[in-house]
Design a protein around this ligand. Structure first.
Ligand code: CP
Ligand code: NVA
Length: 318
């Protein structure tokens, strides 16, 4: 594989990749997944030797935190687990946080609320690689794992159609960016007030390849007709807990259940980034069905993030 030279030092968004970077990342992730069985004999097991990666989580996490920690360790790097008492943007300007970190570590993986804050932090340093581990607006690491999973299950991505049913949130935004770049059609079904932001639609249209189309729906039954996979996410994201009741009412007709799955192509997949809420956005039956690939997605977070770290920090080792 040709060493990938990325145009951006950071990964704050799928849009920091071009389509070729994203395809390379998926290809590398698949290779790293196969190599994992070789443990310390895997060719990349020392690739981050002597490098430090800091992690800062302002919101809860199971998957993202665990998989980044394991990824850094399996690539031979060292972790610095920052605590939430860093109080990002409140104790000192984020630019100062960045200018401290760049003196000690090679990269920082951050989960926080504001995408703007993350952009501000990244812009304050020329050396530190900043990785978005989820903001209110985007979750690009999840999208890498999602398309790795789809590639494994469907064989090829180009020309496939996914329906995302639910909140036009961070998961939907990164899915829209990545599907457009990979030539995958995306249908997004949401209640009027929770649609994918117009800016995301424009961004996705701007990076669309191979005729990938993004279509917005209000009726989930229209959105899922004949699709290859149905994806959903929580109705109430982290930080929106006060709106939980009104959201439950607004999204009641957007549950992924057997009736909705039956409208997709026979053999269609069910996808969820997790954590899932049975009886809300998905029924227990669909979640536990043979169609469900949710734990493959969770596993693939590890392989996708190993690929990402190598592309950012050690392209010569690829
Ligand atoms: N899907 C995902 O990002 O999970 P966590 O919130 O547990 O990290
Ligand atoms: N939309 C969810 C995703 C969790 C991984 C949230 O932001 O809470």
């Amino acid at each position: 594989m040709t060493p990938a030279t990325l145009t951006h030092k950071d990964f704050l968004s799928i849009l920091d990749f071009d389509a070729l970077d994203l395809e390379r990342c998926l290809e590398l992730a698949a290779r790293l997944k196969a190599d994992r069985a070789r443990g310390r004999h895997a060719p990349t097991s020392d690739a981050l030797d002597g490098r430090h990666v800091a992690m800062l989580f302002d919101k809860p996490s199971l998957r993202t935190r665990s998989t980044f920690e394991i990824a850094v360790r399996e690539l031979g790097g060292h972790l610095v687990a920052l605590q939430a008492d860093v109080a990002l943007g409140r104790r000192e300007p984020v630019a100062d946080v960045a200018r401290n970190l760049e003196r000690w570590v090679d990269a920082v993986v951050i989960r926080t609320f504001s995408q703007k804050l993350l952009e501000e932090l990244a812009a304050a340093t020329t050396r530190l690689h900043v990785v978005n581990a989820l903001t209110d607006d985007e979750h690009p690491c999840q999208a890498i794992a999602d398309f790795l999973t789809l590639q494994e299950k469907l064989g090829s991505l180009r020309g496939r159609t996914i329906a995302y049913v639910g909140d036009g949130n961070n998961i939907a935004a990164s899915l829209a960016h990545a599907s457009a770049m990979l030539g995958v059609h995306l249908h997004v079904a949401s209640p009027e007030a929770y649609q994918l932001p117009h800016a995301v639609v424009q961004q996705a249209t701007g990076v669309s390849r191979h005729g990938a189309r993004l279509r917005l729906f209000s009726d989930p039954t229209d959105a899922v007709a004949g699709v290859d996979a149905i994806y959903t996410d929580t109705w109430t994201s982290m930080g929106q807990e006060a709106e939980a009741d009104s959201r439950r009412r607004a999204f009641a007709a957007y549950q992924v259940n057997d009736a909705l799955m039956a409208l997709a192509r026979p053999g269609a997949l069910f996808m969820h980034c997790l954590p899932a809420h049975r009886g809300e956005e998905v029924t227990a039956e669909v979640f536990e069905s043979a169609a469900s690939v949710v734990f493959d997605q969770a596993e693939n977070r590890l392989h996708g993030q190993k690929a990402l770290l190598l592309m950012l920090l050690a392209p010569a080792a690829i």
